[in-house]
Design a protein around this ligand. Structure first.
Ligand SMILES: [Zn+2]
Length: 192
């Protein structure tokens, strides 16, 4: 596993330590992790060999809710921290600086994307066959597919299991954790 941080919001050491909390199945995955800035994604979009499709770059740069992706053909996880939105209720409930909320969420999203890497690298067809090719076409179906449900479930489990350790690694004083956006929350927000 290789970790590259273009964004300064988390350090390589912090990401490494948080991922090391997971089981060997995940720490041993063949994957490159990149934590991006909006600028680095803009640069990538116009490079001669971009990692994503033109449409994906447009969606990400337009300020969508897309905060990470696993590109299985390249064995890469790409994280987009600049797409986390300030959420007033979340902020008030936990009284956490917005920056800390983003730092937490980067780690949780990496857990989620690592589960997708695990699904692919272990050929878990029961999940893979349910993956929607173009989530933009039917977001509701996308979030409720076994592919996404499984990654969400893993993310919640690991987050609850390692809450205290993650707090210590990220040096966040409050013991509070941000409200988790479960797939059900995602569905509800889409209905509104
Ligand atoms: Zn996912």
């Amino acid at each position: 596993m290789e970790i590259k941080t273009i964004s300064t919001i988390v350090t390589i050491a912090e990401v490494e330590k948080c991922i090391a909390l997971l089981e060997k199945d995940y720490t041993d995955l063949d994957v490159v992790i990149e934590i991006h800035t909006k600028k680095s994604i803009e640069r990538e979009k116009t490079s001669s060999k971009p990692d994503l499709s033109k449409g994906e770059y447009i969606t990400i740069l337009r300020g969508s809710t897309k905060t990470g992706v696993y590109v299985h053909t390249l064995k890469k996880i790409k994280s987009f921290p600049f797409n986390y939105k300030y959420n007033k209720s979340e902020y008030n409930e936990h009284e956490l600086p917005f920056n800390d909320l983003i730092r937490y969420n980067i780690i949780f999203n990496l857990f989620h994307e690592l589960r997708h890497a695990w699904q692919y690298q272990n050929n878990k067809s029961e999940y893979l066959k349910s993956k929607s090719e173009d989530p933009a076409l039917d977001l509701m179906a996308y979030y409720s597919s076994p592919f996404e449900e499984d990654a969400d479930k893993f993310e919640i489990e690991q987050r609850n299991k390692h809450a205290k350790a993650i707090n210590e690694i990220l040096k966040i004083k409050s013991s509070a954790f941000p409200v988790y956006q479960s797939y059900q929350d995602n569905l509800n927000s889409l209905k509104q």
